[in-house]
Write a protein that binds this ligand. Structure first.
Ligand code: H79
Length: 404
């Protein structure tokens, strides 16, 4: 009885069982795709420009994706070193990519003419990646989506609508690994009947992990556009490569591959995940800038993945030119600003046994003093790009103490 209790779906033991793959994965792809991709002015255009529902709906006639764009997304995710994907099955605009009994405002019943969630699921699985569904609770299209706060009849209809869609998503596509709710405005957890909805989800998908945005904490927290570790909670930072989630043709504020790898390492160091977004165009094409960035990130993860996947939280943090990650007794010194032929760490209170360049396995010479360890005889220019990782084998868990 005690062990049965310990394996209740929300018990810590069961949670850790369900989340093991996710912790090891560290890196996932977010995909924001919808009718806003036709406009190419950010996924909040409908709300921010005040576009009337009847006018916005017409975008569905122009939403005609090319055959199986999800295959391109999944191939790029795999190449980038991402281990799971999370696609918008329905964003705030209310348009469903899946076949649903609840509305005609969905891809199979409009110009797209097919179930884009099924296509996505098949493509993700074919690459051996884990499948995630983003699902917005807030809905600008449904007539009850806003009045449900003040009108109990409307709330009942709307909650039934949302729960039915969640049930369809959890029933019609086989095993789903992540359910990623978004924006619970305007209701409370009670209003959404989130406990009931999530219990239904767990019954249909016993191994699924859920985020915290149905106003029930569930399995993991979701800092957005920032990296902030949650104390005592699993967490995943979701971030864009420019300043928009949905396709925005004029947004040219792209991050560098180095910035993306640094963000991945910052998450990994603190035991979190990094969910990095692409915003495909209406036909499903990935913006070339995103392809370029993720290809460069993938060239790095292919050689340096040991510094990311399955790593443990790392307490070593002090440097102005490297970020640190750790696996067991191995410290990964990830140098983002290469200082030259010598790299030094202060306050490392562990004995260094050996060091090598992670990408090539080339041994690195070192001298350890009481307070400082110096890695010497290195090339003047950074040997790897955009970050060079030195794997440092220590005699115990690498720790840093800056007090001399
Ligand atoms: O899907 C992406 C974004 O479109 C969505 N989340 C990521 C993953 C998002 N962007 N911004 N926000 C959510 C902020 C939400 C602001 C809100 Fe509100 C505050 C929603 C509810 C309260 C604005 C103000 C809408 C209603 C009141």
């Amino acid at each position: 009885a005690a062990s049965a209790l310990a394996m209740q779906p929300t018990s810590e033991a069961d949670r850790e069982r369900r989340m093991k793959w996710w912790h090891e994965a560290r890196f996932g792809m977010f995909i924001h795709w919808g009718l806003y991709s036709v406009l190419g002015r950010h996924e909040w255009a409908m709300e921010q420009e005040g576009i009337p529902v009847a006018e916005y709906e017409k975008l569905a006639t122009q939403f005609k994706p090319k055959p199986t764009p999800a295959k391109e997304w999944a191939a790029l995710a795999k190449k980038a070193g991402m281990k799971y994907m999370v696609m918008t099955t329905k964003h705030h605009e209310g348009f469903c990519h899946f076949n649903t009994s609840t509305t005609k405002y969905c891809a199979p019943k409009t110009a797209a003419g097919r179930d884009l969630v099924k296509e996505y699921v098949d493509a993700v699985r074919a690459e051996g990646l884990r499948v995630g569904f983003y699902f917005s609770l807030m809905d600008w299209h449904h007539p009850d989506g806003a009045r449900c706060v003040k009108d109990e009849q409307a709330r009942r209809r709307f909650v039934d609508y949302v729960h039915t869609q969640a049930r369809e998503l959890m029933t019609n596509y086989g095993k789903i690994d992540v359910l990623w709710y978004d924006v619970p405005w305007p209701l409370t957890a009670e209003g959404w009947e989130s406990e009931k909805m999530n219990a239904m989800v767990r019954k249909l998908q016993p191994d699924i992990i859920m985020n915290n945005r149905s106003k029930v904490p569930e399995d993991f927290d979701t800092p957005e556009q920032r990296i902030e570790a949650s104390k005592g909670r699993n967490w995943e930072a979701c971030m864009t490569m420019n300043d928009s989630w949905g396709y925005h043709k004029a947004d040219d504020n792209w991050k560098s591959p180095k910035a993306c790898v640094r963000n991945l390492l910052t998450c990994a160091r603190q035991g979190g995940n990094y969910l990095l977004n692409i915003g495909p165009t209406a036909d499903g094409s990935i913006p070339p800038e995103s392809v370029k960035i993720l290809t460069a990130v993938g060239a790095w993860t292919a050689k340096n993945g040991a510094a990311v996947y399955g790593t443990d939280p790392c307490s070593v943090s002090r440097s102005n030119y490297m970020s640190f990650t750790r696996k067991g007794n191995t410290l990964f010194a990830n140098v983002h600003f290469w200082p030259g032929s010598e790299v030094a760490i202060g306050g490392l209170r562990s004995k260094v046994l050996s060091a090598k360049l992670l990408a090539t396995g080339a041994p690195v010479k070192f001298e350890q003093e009481e307070f400082r360890v110096k890695f010497t005889g290195l090339p003047v220019n950074a040997p790897d790009s955009p970050i060079t990782t030195i794997a440092v084998e220590c005699d115990g868990e690498p720790k840093q103490d800056m007090n001399r």
